[in-house]
Structures are given as C-alpha cells and as structure tokens.
Design a protein around this ligand. Structure first.
Ligand code: SF4
Ligand code: FES
Length: 242
C-alpha cells in the first residue's frame, strides 16, 4: 500500500505538515510566506481578516483556519489573490482612521506593513472618518478604537492568557466594535495591567502603552528592516534563507 505523504503544494513548493496543522501554520513553519493579519501563533485561529485567503484545489479558503491535508494544491502568490488582499487592506484603511504619519505605531504596524507588501498605493474607496471614543482613562495604556481592525487578539489574549476578559466585541455590521468590561466601560476601571499580554498584542496602533511613544527612531522600527514577508516574527527561517 502506498503511504500517504503529509505534504501540501503551495505555489509549486512542497510543504510538509504535521497532522492537525493548518495550511498557514505549515507554510510559516517551512519558511513559506502567506500574508496574515488576525493570526497569531500563540492564540487559536480567528479567521476574521481574510488576508490569508488562498485558493485550495480551486476553492477559496482562509489558510489560518483550513487544516492541511495530503494532496492539497494551494495558490497564494498569484496576482489575482494579491489584488484581493490589496482590496481587503484598502477596506480596512478606509473603515478606520489610519493616518500613519500621525500614528506612533508606524513602522511597527502589521496593517501598514502588509499594505506596503501588497503595493497598496491609494485607499481607492471613500473614507468613513469614524469618530469613536478615545479612551485615555488607564494610567498606562491608551485605547484608540479608530485604529482597531477587530482582529480580537486583545480579546483572546486577555481571556486566554491573562485570565481577565478585559475586552469583548459588541454590535453588528458597521457598528461592531471592541468594548471594555467595566461598569463604566472605561479602560481605567478594569484590572488591565501594563504587564498583561493584552496590553502588547495589538498589531496596529489601537492599544498603545503610554509614555513610550516615538521612542524607536525611523530606520530602526521592525518593518524598516525589510518587507513583512522577510521580517515577520511568525515566519520560520529555512536553511537556504527562504
Ligand atoms: S484593539 Fe487591537 S488587538 Fe484589539 S481587536 Fe482592535 S486591532 Fe485587534
Ligand atoms: S489571518 Fe486568516 S483570516 Fe485573518
């Protein structure tokens, strides 16, 4: 009997996987880049941003939630899929107030780095210009929901790592937003501590530690070193440097 190989083929590359791994986990472990935004290796898959969308055996799917299976043919780096990712990123940019020149996270921001990588030159769509409440009530942490992309990493970190459930999602559709679990709804009235994982997991500039702003000079920020496909902390390095 022929033994079934635990291998998927991604853009022509043979990628081995462990049973139970997702396509994204297998790809990143093998040093193969698939863009992703709401995925973080320390947390359960979430599948909300769709930036990791790939075509698997001819059908669209999220690489971060689809299990790797033998015989899968995965397309990720085609111009069509990159164009879809660019559109998703443009939608995220116009839905919030992502004015990078005035944002402390610039250069360290996953959304901005993915947009650079996808060669996003314009927002294309009309801006929504939301006016959500800025919460500066916490002594050590600022919450600016105009920059939130609803990845729920803060929700997952607070609940699953910190054991506090400081953050949750409320509302539907365009009114969907992150809320804070305190009687006043203010961050300063929660037990969030600056040491908590939830205070540092935000991939954009929505949750920021106070009093450390602009401390890293231009040129020394994470994504100044190269495209996110080369400097992502989630990407394993192979011996040939791929
Ligand atoms: S505040 Fe940050 S971590 Fe939380 S959902 Fe929004 S973007 Fe994600
Ligand atoms: S990384 Fe897969 S849906 Fe966000």
């Amino acid at each position: 009997m022929t033994e079934i190989e635990n291998v998927v083929v991604i853009d022509g590359l043979r990628v081995p996987f462990e049973p139970g791994q997702t396509i994204l986990e297998a790809a990143l472990a093998a040093g193969v880049w698939i863009p992703h935004l709401c995925h973080h290796p320390d947390f359960a898959p979430h599948g909300s941003c769709k930036v990791c969308t790939v075509v698997v055996n001819g059908r669209n799917g999220s690489a971060c939630t689809m299990r790797a299976l033998p015989g899968q043919e995965v397309a990720s780096a085609t111009p069509e899929i990159q164009e879809r990712r660019r559109t998703l990123l443009q939608m995220l940019f116009v839905e919030g107030n992502h004015f990078c020149p005035g944002c402390e996270k610039s250069g360290n921001c996953t959304l901005q780095a993915l947009a650079y990588d996808a060669e996003m030159l314009t927002p294309r769509f009309d801006h929504f210009y939301p006016n959500r409440r800025l919460d500066g009530s916490h002594p050590d942490v600022l919450l600016d929901l105009d920059r939130c992309i609803l990845c729920e990493l803060c929700v997952r970190a607070s609940r699953d790592v910190d054991g506090k459930s400081v953050f949750a999602v409320a509302g539907r559709g365009g009114d969907c937003r992150i809320v804070v679990n305190s009687p006043t709804g203010r961050l300063g009235d929660t037990d969030l501590a600056i040491e908590d994982a939830a205070a540092h997991v935000c991939p954009v500039g929505a949750i920021l530690p106070k009093r450390v702003g602009f401390s890293v000079p231009i040129g020394a920020r994470v994504f100044d070193a190269g495209p996110i496909s080369e400097v992502s902390p989630h990407l394993a390095r192979t011996e040939d440097g791929r």
